[in-house]
Design a protein around this ligand. Structure first.
Ligand code: ACO
Length: 336
């Protein structure tokens, strides 16, 4: 149900990080049997970023967090909690959030990782918002970061063209007025979809062995057609549901920031909401699918481009492995 209108969590700062290395569609043409034309028309992607040697998720997450702290002009000691949404942690344990906490010198913070694939940032944003609402925390950092290149098989044309690396971060603080910030969220999962989008190897079911490596079980696997079918329907459904139960008509939404998996999936949600192009944030062309990072990267780009002002109604939506999906409605605030 919509949250009580007394104390909500608002986003007060946004940060981002993208690795320098650019991988174009033409670069991928040299690796697999694909074409720039196929990738552009089927997905909307032109290029993506890839980490440098030795660069991992914690490094990107830390860089996005530092960008945010600089913009907000606060010390890392002020952070109460760091949530990192990721499916590509540096290691199984310790959590990437602990590594980020140490890198930042956020000496008062606790933190944890959250695994919900492409919906990870929305799930983490909701968790962070509840901490603020409960009064248990005053400053929560929510980061979406993924090094998809570390789990991609660059001989598989069906998946290697789709993903990129990146990180985005937001800071949540209390909003006493209750008429701005994160106002509603609908989050779902359905594990019957697990087999269609997963990385089987390395966990307790298929521990790392010579056979799991030979069987390519440490790479992302996706049945693209099935995932597409669910993504296109469920993301559009949940976007419409969150808009409807908050009484938002198409003209009331200033910006829709969807997960960036495929331009055709975004278009289906946009059509359902009846939005114009200028009401939609799309950056899949230059970043591809950065999994948990797509939505905070979208927010950071929107802020940089001056596309958000206090009072704007913003709708976020995502769909990903699990299956997981969700929609969040927020009223934008003054953001650094
Ligand atoms: N280059 C050229 N041809 C290709 C490529 C490629 N890179 N990839 C697939 N093809 C071929 C296929 O082999 C197939 O050929 P065939 O007809 O001879 O068998 C043909 O193109 C069409 O394949 P489809 O899979 O039907 O292509 P589709 O239009 O569905 O696009 C895509 C594939 C882009 C993967 C799409 O299905 C998709 O976007 N799926 C959903 C992705 C998603 O939302 N994932 C969730 C988030 S990710 C996460 O949570 C980690």
């Amino acid at each position: 149900m919509p949250l009580p209108p007394n104390r909500t969590a608002k986003i007060t700062a946004v940060g981002k990080y993208l690795p320098e290395r650019v991988i174009t569609n033409f670069d991928l043409e040299k690796l697999v049997d694909t074409t720039d034309e196929w990738i552009r028309t089927r997905t909307g992607i032109i290029e993506r970023r890839q980490v440098g040697d030795g660069e991992a998720t914690s490094h990107m997450a830390t860089a996005a967090a530092r960008d945010l702290l600089e913009k907000r002009q606060i010390d890392p000691e002020e952070i109460d909690c760091i949530i990192v949404a990721t499916v590509t942690p540096d290691m199984f344990f310790p959590a990437t959030a602990c590594l980020v906490q140490n890198n930042l010198g956020a000496s008062r913070a606790w933190g944890y990782d959250l695994s919900a694939a492409c919906s990870g940032f929305l799930f983490a944003l909701d968790a962070g918002a509840r901490m603020i609402e409960s009064g248990s925390s005053t400053k929560v950092m929510v980061i979406g970061a993924d090094t998809m290149s570390s789990i991609i098989d660059y001989t598989d044309r069906a998946t290697c063209v789709l993903f990129g690396d990146g990180a985005g971060a937001v800071l949540l603080e209390a909003c006493e007025e209750g008429n701005e910030g994160i106002l509603d969220s609908i989050l779902r999962c359905d594990g019957s979809g697990a087999e269609y989008l997963c990385m089987e190897g390395g966990g307790s079911l298929h521990p790392p062995r010579a056979e799991t490596v030979a069987g390519k079980k440490h790479y992302l696997y996706q049945d693209g057609r099935i995932v597409f079918k669910y993504a296109i329907k469920l993301m559009a459904d949940i976007t419409a549901e969150v808009a409807q139960r908050n009484g938002l008509k198409s003209e009331d939404i200033q910006l829709f920031i969807p997960h960036q998996a495929n331009q055709r999936i975004i278009d289906a949600s946009v059509e359902r909401l009846g939005l114009r192009e200028d009401q939609v944030l799309s950056n899949i062309d230059y970043y591809a699918n950065t999994t948990a990072a797509t939505i905070p990267l979208g927010m950071a780009d929107a802020v940089e481009q001056g596309r958000l002002k206090p009072g704007d109604n913003v709708v976020l939506a995502a769909f990903g492995a699990g299956f997981t999906w969700g929609g969040i409605y927020l009223r934008w605030s003054e953001v650094f």
